[in-house]
Design a protein around this ligand. Sequence first.
Ligand code: 0WD
Length: 254
Amino acid sequence: NGLLSGKNILIMGVANDRSIAWAIAQSLASQGAAIAFTYENERVEERVRKLAGTLPNTVVLPCNVTVDTEIDSLAATLKEQFGVLHGLVHSIAFAKTEELEGLFVDTSRDGFALAHDISAYSLVAVAQRMYPLMTEGGSIMTMTYLGAERAMKNYNVMGVAKAALEASVRYLANDLGQFNVRVNAISAGPIRTLAAKGIKDFNSILRSVEEKAPMRRTTEVAEVGDTALFLMSHLSRGITGEIIFVDNGYHIVG
Ligand code: 0WD
């Protein structure tokens, strides 16, 4: 018996065992959640299946969030397999590596569109099809970064996409509250993952956190996982439309 026993939760964005989504999955599973994982394409399918197989009560389904019909099929399959959905964890972002260095002013039209499509619109596209399954109330969360509110070196178009994502969290929260569905984001400090590999000078960002953050340490994925557990649980029932920082306090001083 745990905080999430009897709850069915969809987790999107596991790429490998370093993914933030994977740490979230471990926290949620430890409290009894049944989890549906999605994978972007065949390239990562086996890896996601292997990881999911190490937890009890999991299913693994395809979904590339740039394709509406794949999200439609996902919703249909979840309705069949789970009936009711209680939570959605969106942990997906993408920008071309050439847009994550140099000057933001050089961002291309298609690079801007792609980053926004995958990193911001996908939350809306998925929420749109999943909230109808949340007939017992639900919790939706996504992952964001401080670059949404500050102009940070190299983060560029991803910062603008995260600003759109955070605004989407507020609009979705306002729409879905009447259905007893909450929508929030975790703003995590920098963590070494596959996605972080795309960001230039990531090491110096980590060093600056170690020097300046009130806790004098970088963010661990398990810290994000446990905050996600809180957001998915009844304990956070009064919180919606919020951006919660899990960054060892960096944003108050940085
Ligand atoms: O420092 C960090 N790592 C931080 C990450 C700090 C603050 C926030 N975040 C955010 C990221 O921006 C992202 O929204 O957390 C989220 C998860 O990122 P992650 O765990 O750091 O990175 P990763 O393990 O790479 O997972 C992101 C995954 C993709 O991985 P790759 O690297 O293969 O692009 O998002 C998925 C994919 O699995 N993804 C998609 N899924 C479905 N459809 C798509 C797509 N079109 N594109 C990317």
